[in-house]
Write a protein that binds this ligand. Structure first.
Ligand SMILES: *[C@@H]1O[C@H](CO)[C@@H](O)[C@H](O)[C@H]1NC(C)=O
Ligand SMILES: *[C@@H]1O[C@H](CO)[C@@H](O)[C@H](O)[C@H]1NC(C)=O
Ligand SMILES: *[C@@H]1O[C@H](CO)[C@@H](O)[C@H](O)[C@H]1NC(C)=O
Ligand SMILES: *[C@@H]1O[C@H](CO)[C@@H](O)[C@H](O)[C@H]1NC(C)=O
Length: 244
């Protein structure tokens, strides 16, 4: 009796703690991993040459962002004369840890789009963040994969003053994003219709970035993400017991 009431109390806590990721998706992620583990014991089929080609092109044109380098990478072309802005399209990717193994299809679509973009003049510069490797960077921006972040970064004028960079955050649907979706976003410039983000987590001008809080905040979020999911359950059951 006592046990089952504790269990009942604990269940909502469990789902509450994992609010960002629906429990079902998470379970599917675990299942996926288990399936992949089995599949990896079987020799892999040769991957399609088109995808391999796209991956090669994607690798050659996109900059890999890290916590250390992103501020230096996301800048304007030094040879361009002010006033000018540089467009940057950043793909926020993740693997088994931050995307629960669901980002593969989206990444493939991104690679193909990136390859197509290189052939187009005046296309934005491309970068990619792997949130599995760069959890602190993703936390400090408060973003998760798969998503796009589109930046327009003005070159500072001679007196070093510069208009603020704009940032547009575009979450991608990890089940339904295809090359077509991305092409529409990027080639038809649908991303320019997205309302610019101006909240606290804006990487350049947000409250957190301006006050040097990005790293501490990132660590705190990281800490919570490392908290085992049974911990809130135990805490709630202790709390409820002391109330009863
Ligand atoms: C993701 O998990 C699967 C199954 O555990 C594994 O085969 C694969 O190598 C992992 N991928 C990465 C990038 O760690
Ligand atoms: C996408 O391209 C990257 C190189 O930038 C490569 O490492 C990755 O395997 C590719 N992914 C897919 C799904 O094609
Ligand atoms: C990726 O695409 C394949 C084939 O279209 C599909 O079977 C699979 O469910 C997709 N994976 C995800 C995570 O959406
Ligand atoms: C993602 O796409 C699927 C299939 O089109 C849809 O069922 C689902 O609601 C979408 N998810 C979000 C968050 O928009």
């Amino acid at each position: 009796m006592r046990f089952s009431s504790a269990l009942l109390l604990a269940l909502p806590a469990l789902t509450l703690a994992e609010e960002q990721v629906p429990l079902f998706d998470k379970l599917k992620g675990y299942l996926n991993k288990a399936t992949q583990a089995v599949a990896s014991a079987v020799p892999a089929a040769p991957s399609s040459p088109v995808a391999a080609g796209a991956a090669k092109v994607a690798a050659s044109v996109q900059h890999e962002l890290t916590l250390e380098n992103w501020k230096e990478v996301l800048t304007t072309d030094p040879t361009a004369s002010a006033p000018t802005t540089q467009d940057w399209l950043v793909y926020i990717n993740g693997g088994n840890v931050t995307c629960y193994g669901f980002c593969g299809n989206t990444t493939k679509a991104w690679n193909e789009t990136a390859a197509l973009l290189t052939a187009k003049p005046n296309s934005p510069k491309l970068a990619v963040v792997d949130c599995d490797k760069e959890q602190l960077l993703c936390n400090s921006w408060s973003v998760g994969p798969p998503a796009l972040y589109f930046f327009q970064i003005p070159k500072p004028l001679a007196d070093q003053s510069a208009p603020a960079p704009t940032a547009r955050f575009i979450p991608l649907n990890r089940t339904s994003t295809t090359t077509e979706t991305l092409k529409k976003l990027v080639f038809d410039k649908d991303y320019e219709k997205v309302t610019p983000y101006e909240g606290a987590f804006h990487p350049f001008t947000g409250f957190i970035a301006k006050n040097g809080l990005a790293l501490p905040v990132a660590w705190v979020i990281w800490g919570f993400s490392k908290m085992p999911s049974w911990l809130p359950m135990i805490l709630i059951s202790f709390m409820s017991r002391s109330f009863m």
